[in-house]
Design a protein around this ligand. Structure first.
Ligand code: SAH
Length: 419
């Protein structure tokens, strides 16, 4: 979502005057740091980065801080780092051309509604398009700062989504990644239309777009994963068979304290339904360890879900107490060292599972969409189920969907040859 926000920032700036991206800090006239604030670490990193940029930038170059940390710290950023010229919160992206010309501008309104704003076009990779389908988040997960930085959840009108995807397909994209905090809650609220549409219907409409071959999305919420949606996921040939189902914890007691709205059993039931209707699907997840009050047996419940579902990708984090969240004030915060031990155990077990999955891939054939040129005569792309491939080849393979046989396996990516 942040990568897409960065593309929107560039698109809007280019409307005013053409910009070029540079890798050389000392060449830049404008430096934008687009921030996350989900955990504490990136926030600390922001201030050290501002220091580095201030030291090595051109004296006339402007520095802007955008994104979620901008939303929640606001003018405090300029107070702590006066070298910053402007602060622009997530959900205020369309105001970029305004703030770059106003010294010390701060625009961080989390009620600002960009759901029907027609952003200018810019893509870092023309072969695949990221498209927002909703903004904000209506959940009240007790660990999460996102609702405070991205505001209430509003769905983007389907006509706007369809026209954006159609445009990107005409410019060469065969794959779309639909983005939202809870994509399968799509249609819960539109800002002004009386449109009635849910995520399943949206997927059906998108899959009618000529020339679009692959649809991905992130993230669905386990609570909204109804049978109708899973059936569409399994049966629609344009929907890639990779799904991210964020678990957070395997303990029902902890899930309740997190206000996630599902139990361990509900979660496993949804994953089993996916596997039953679509055995080839890969399932990935997010897990937080060391949430307040997490006991050894709560953690064992998380390990048991990992062993049952055997997630192919795991994004795992130590719980980080965040401002504007309920859990920040919970008793029984867990010692950092204990959270660290649990994280290591979880990741070690996941690595074993991943090795087993990857080892079983040798000789298998996947349809891979080649979308990036790599150094040393290689190209890369993803299989329908999300596996990353490196293949010998050059530019003429870009934009092609081809059958590839796995010739070497590793944890991160597979080597393959075209058949
Ligand atoms: N809307 C998504 C969450 C997006 S944030 C969802 O409901 O799943 C991405 C991930 O960051 C979350 O899934 C969670 O695992 C992690 N995360 C969020 N807040 C966190 C916190 N306070 N500490 C540690 N990890 C956190």
């Amino acid at each position: 979502m942040n990568v897409r926000d960065s593309e929107h920032l560039i698109a809007e700036l280019n409307q005013q005057e053409p910009y070029q991206i540079t890798d050389e800090l000392s060449d830049a006239d404008l430096i934008i740091i687009n921030t996350c604030s989900v955990r504490e670490k990136p926030v600390a990193k922001l201030f050290s980065e501002i220091g580095v940029f201030k030291k090595y930038k051109k004296p006339s170059a402007k520095i802007g801080v955008t994104g979620c940390t901008a939303s929640h710290l606001g003018k405090e950023i300029i107070r702590r780092a006066p070298a910053v010229d402007f602060v622009l919160g997530a959900r205020n992206v369309s105001k970029i051309t305004k703030v770059i010309n106003t010294k010390h501008a701060v625009e961080v309104d989390t009620n600002f509604d960009e759901s029907s704003y027609n952003f200018a076009e810019y893509r870092t990779n023309s072969f695949k398009a990221m498209v927002n389908i909703s903004i904000g988040c209506d959940k009240s997960c007790t660990f999460c700062i996102v609702p405070a930085t991205r505001g209430d959840e509003v769905s983007i009108p389907s006509s706007l989504i369809i026209s954006e995807i159609t445009k990107s397909v005409a410019l060469g994209a065969k794959e779309v990644m639909l983005l939202g905090q809870n994509v399968n809650n799509y249609g819960r609220r539109f800002s002004s239309s009386d449109e009635i549409c849910n995520f399943t219907k949206l997927l059906q409409q998108i899959s009618m777009i000529d020339g679009l071959e692959r649809i991905r999305f992130t993230s669905p919420h386990p609570l909204h994963m109804d049978d109708e949606f899973i059936e569409e996921f399994a049966s629609n040939p344009k929907i890639c068979k990779q799904i991210h189902v964020p678990l957070q914890s395997g303990s029902t007691a902890i899930l309740q304290k997190m206000k996630r709205g599902y139990t361990k059993e509900n979660f496993i039931n949804r994953c089993e339904k996916i596997r039953k209707l679509c055995p080839e699907a890969t399932i990935s997840t997010d897990i937080i360890v060391g949430f307040p009050d997490e006991s050894d047996s709560d953690f064992e419940e998380t390990m048991s879900v990992l062993n049952t579902v055997r997630f192919e990708q795991l994004f795992s984090f130590k719980y980080s107490a965040r401002p504007h969240t309920e859990a920040m004030d919970f008793d029984n915060q867990i010692e950092n060292s204990l959270a660290g031990e649990r994280l290591t155990r979880l990741q070690t077990r996941h690595t074993q599972i991943l090795d087993e999955i990857m080892d079983s891939q040798l000789g298998k054939i996947h349809r891979v969409y080649i979308d990036e040129l790599k150094p040393n005569g290689k190209v890369s792309g993803r299989a329908d189920d999300g596996k990353l491939f490196f293949i010998d080849g050059s530019e003429e393979l870009l934009g092609r969907i081809i059958d590839v046989k796995v010739t070497r396996t590793s944890r991160g990516a597979l080597d393959g040859e075209i058949i």
